[in-house]
Design a protein. Structure first.
Length: 163
């Protein structure tokens, strides 16, 4: 593939999400709306020119943070949510959503690739059959030419015999 073709955007408009991904994204947007209604602080979206992997804090830092929060609130019940874990849950939910979106995009690209491969295979079959028909016609014309040459030689043979 040429270099400009690699840099060209493949779709003019984004396709709407389908199935479970759409449900997941709708649920996340409802959760975000509820968080904003309650006045929860929200991280600002980072404007990125290209996709980059997310950097997650090392496990040791996360363990010490979790241990410190557990010491502060050891008797938290199942219905009471610890404030430090909410941020981790948000990060985990965002990572899961990003992962699901990337997987869905990969499935769509694979489906498009498979469709293109099938279309190319059909076109190649049609082209091969057309070429074979043309070759067969050429063979028929050669056979007919050879037949007429043999007839002409047979008819001309008495003219060149000695009498």
């Amino acid at each position: 593939m040429s270099e400009p073709a690699l840099k060209t955007q493949t779709t003019a408009a984004p396709r709407p999400a389908q199935g479970p991904l759409q449900d997941w994204l709708a649920t996340l947007s409802r959760i975000d709306a509820a968080d904003q209604a309650h006045g929860a602080p929200r991280r600002q979206a980072e404007a990125q020119a290209a996709w980059e992997p997310r950097i997650v804090a090392p496990a040791e830092v996360a363990k010490t943070t979790t241990a410190a929060e557990t010491v502060k609130a050891p008797a938290a019940g199942p219905d009471i949510e610890m404030p430090g874990l909410r941020g981790e849950d948000d990060d985990l939910a965002a990572l899961m959503a990003e992962n699901m979106m990337l997987k869905a995009r990969l499935r769509q690209e694979n489906a498009r690739y498979d469709e293109l491969q099938a279309m190319l295979a059909d076109e190649l079959r049609a082209l091969r059959s057309h070429v074979q028909q043309e070759v067969d016609k050429a063979e028929e014309l050669r056979a007919e030419r050879d037949l007429w040459m043999a007839r002409a030689e047979a008819l001309a043979q008495p003219l060149f015999q000695r009498r």
